[in-house]
Design a protein around this ligand. Structure first.
Ligand code: IPE
Ligand code: IPE
Ligand code: MG
Length: 249
């Protein structure tokens, strides 16, 4: 039985989030420049996006660049940014062919204005697609996102649009850049690092976490299927007891 056949198609995660890590080490281990790793990482992106679309996953969030990554050497930052924006731009026909809708979350003000414009066009050109929602986290960090949401809540409270006593967990959710998406059920991090690095801190509250030593440029559909099978073998209790779940309470 192939790994794909072991997936229960009735119990797929609706939303998978991935920290695509290990490009630099993958390249350095081959005696190559870090950017060579990022270039090969794009192949994995294509393969995994296709894999998710084939399975019928509804949402895929990919952590491509964190706000902290701006502090890397200028050479790597500009090379990586160019690669990301060019790739997104060039992939639009394929996204359209596969009915994939692109979304971007992150601090777009940090991007050069030409890159911002290219991204905007790519978003517009895929906006009518109804299949997989591909969410690129670009210049993203969770603490940035939460601070921005709180600032906007304060503005709305001050303007009398939001009574403070009406604020609940759902209010905060509505002000996040992910407000249109359900929380990820499965979060994958590649490359053998066991941390979340400022990624979707609020949204991952009840996600199942899956860590693999595979470096991102080596991550392919079979690795994705393996993570989904692992996810499906877990008991998600959401604070209840295992017995309660069996009784269907
Ligand atoms: C992930 O690979 C891509 C980004 C963070 C942009 P890295 O560049 O972090 O690769 P490692 O972790 O140094 O190997
Ligand atoms: C997290 O990876 C960000 C992305 C994958 C885009 P990093 O490589 O930047 O994370 P740390 O620095 O190892 O925590
Ligand atoms: Mg890394």
């Amino acid at each position: 039985m192939s790994l794909k056949e072991r997936i229960n198609m009735q119990r797929l995660p609706r939303h998978i989030a991935i920290i695509m890590d290990g490009n630099g080490r993958w390249a350095q281990e081959k005696g190559e420049d870090r950017l060579f790793g990022h270039l090969h990482g794009v192949e994995s992106v294509r393969n995994i996006v296709e894999g998710c679309a084939e399975l019928g996953i509804e949402y895929l969030t990919l952590y491509a660049f964190s706000t902290e990554n701006w502090d890397r050497p200028a050479y790597e930052v500009s090379g990586l940014m160019e690669l990301l924006v060019d790739t997104i731009r060039n992939e639009v026909p394929t996204l359209n062919k596969n009915n994939i809708r692109l979304h971007v979350i992150g601090d777009m003000d940090m991007l050069p204005s030409a890159a911002r414009q290219e991204l905007k066009e790519a978003l517009d050109e895929t906006s009518v697609n109804t299949g997989l929602n591909l969410i690129m986290a670009l210049s993203y960090s969770s603490r940035w996102e939460i601070a921005k949401a709180i600032k906007q809540i304060a503005v709305d409270v001050k303007a009398g649009l939001l009574p403070p006593e009406s604020i609940t967990q759902d209010t905060l959710q509505r002000y996040l850049s992910t407000s249109k998406f359900p929380d990820p059920e499965l979060m994958i991090r590649t490359s053998g690092e066991f941390r979340v690095s400022n990624f979707l801190l609020y949204q991952l509250a009840y996600a199942e976490l899956y860590f693999t030593n595979t470096r991102w440029p080596d991550f392919r559909k079979d690795n994705l299927y393996e993570s989904i099978v692992d996810f499906q073998n877990r008991e998600r209790r959401f604070g209840k007891t295992g017995e309660q779940l069996k009784e269907g309470v």
